[in-house]
Write a protein that binds this ligand. Structure first.
Ligand code: PHB
Length: 397
């Protein structure tokens, strides 16, 4: 075995350079804590990943408070609520009236760009395209991360490791099986998602129940639309020509209903996304702290994935600062329980939105879904419950 030729020391090694990892490095730096980010993929790959595009109220406040809100305020689009619909009925739920909180349309790719430019302006060390990333001695106070970078073995020793490396990274598996518990739900459907170069046909997002399956109209900007269709698991993307996609979207979203029209346009991206709920506990093991997708996955209905990652990191940054700078472990020891309260709330909300809106083969289920939708749309309590969860609970919930 070749011994590592290069050993570095820092306060916190952050495994993963997506939004969770980059935001954590930013918040830690603001608190005087040094970190090094280790990412398996290239900067271009991480920056181009298409993900959900909705920021809840507390995510926006956090980004602004961290000095990352300038382009978001300029180019993002504030939405008061969403439309909830089923055949022949469309209802607007106004989150601002119901809860005093709005949401913002601002894609994860944009959040990532802002983070990368803020971190590079500050001279943040980020290693991209790292192979064989491995975590060591996480049960001790001197954990380490090793990897190969440009053919050279590197070892970084730190006071703590933050696992922000998603569901495929090594961090979640660094918690021993004897210690961790995993909760999982695989849904019997997927989303076919498209990006299209066409102005959105709606001012705010439409979530539509339809006997043919769920459909959603979202957006990225005044000239780019993002739309989704429920499809069976294992659907090859080639089965869906552009024409077939626009026809299905028109039917499910109610083209022609009350004069509403869905404007089609050139499709620039097309992919099938599986839907899954996953929670791994605890979110801390010794000196390893999990944040974002490494600890939990939600189905995209309700757009909670990125918001949950931001909320984890907002709790983790002060906990690590106390640990590293003051040797105060209180917040670090509370991190997992505190973060999991919100994780389970969002896991429930995403499951609830998903199962309310996606059709199964079962006609009994369909009647229950329609009854639930009518109640949510017509009762103040129903609307408020959805709005409170969608626009988001306070970070410390
Ligand atoms: C999106 O814009 O990609 C999006 C928005 C809301 C969701 C899911 C995805 O619930």
């Amino acid at each position: 075995m070749t011994s590592p030729s290069h050993t570095l020391r820092t306060d916190v090694v952050i495994v993963g350079g997506g939004p969770a990892g980059m935001l954590l490095s930013h918040l830690l730096a603001a608190d005087g804590v040094e970190s090094i980010v280790v990412e398996a993929r290239s900067q271009e790959y991480v920056g181009a990943r298409v993900r959900a595009g909705i920021l809840e109220h507390s995510s926006v406040e956090l980004l602004r408070g961290a000095g990352l809100g300038e382009r978001l305020d300029r180019e993002g689009d504030e939405h008061r609520g969403i439309y909830l619909q089923w055949p022949d009925e469309r209802h607007h739920l106004d989150f601002v009236d119901l809860t005093g909180r709005s949401v913002w349309v601002y894609g994860q790719t944009e959040v990532q760009k802002d983070l990368v430019s803020a971190r590079s302006a500050a001279g943040q060390e980020v290693y991209y395209e790292c192979a064989d990333v491995a975590l060591h001695e996480v049960e001790s106070d001197r954990p380490a991360v090793t990897f190969t970078h440009e053919g050279r073995p590197v070892r970084i020793e730190a006071r703590a490791v933050a696992g922000c490396d998603g569901s495929f990274g090594p961090s979640r598996g660094a918690v021993p099986d004897a210690v961790r518990s995993i909760w999982e739900r695989v849904y019997p459907y997927s989303w076919l998602g498209i990006l299209a170069d066409v102005a959105p046909s709606t001012d705010e997002l439409i979530y539509a129940w339809h006997p043919d399956g769920f459909a959603m109209h979202s957006m990225r900007s005044a000239s780019v639309s993002r739309l989704y269709l429920q499809v069976p698991n294992g659907t090859p993307v080639e089965e869906w020509s552009d024409d077939r996609i626009w026809d299905a979207l028109a039917t499910r979203l109610g083209h022609g209903q009350d004069g509403w029209r869905l404007e089609p346009g050139p499709i620039t991206e097309k992919s099938v996304l599986p839907m899954r709920s996953y929670v791994q506990t605890p979110m801390r093991h010794g000196s390893l702290f999990l944040a974002g997708d490494s600890a939990h996955i939600v189905p995209p209905t309700g757009a909670k994935g990125l918001n949950l990652a931001i909320a984890d990191v907002a709790l983790l940054a002060p906990a690590l600062a106390d640990l590293v700078r003051r040797d105060d472990r209180m917040l670090a020891e509370a991190y997992s329980d505190t973060a999991l309260r919100r994780v389970w709330r969002c896991t429930h909300f995403s499951w609830w939105m998903t199962t309310m809106l996606h059709t199964s083969e079962d006609p009994f289920d369909a009647q229950l879904q329609l009854s639930q939708l009518r109640w949510v749309a017509s009762s103040e309590a129903g609307r408020t419950g959805l709005a409170e969860n969608y626009a988001g609970l306070p970070i410390g919930f």
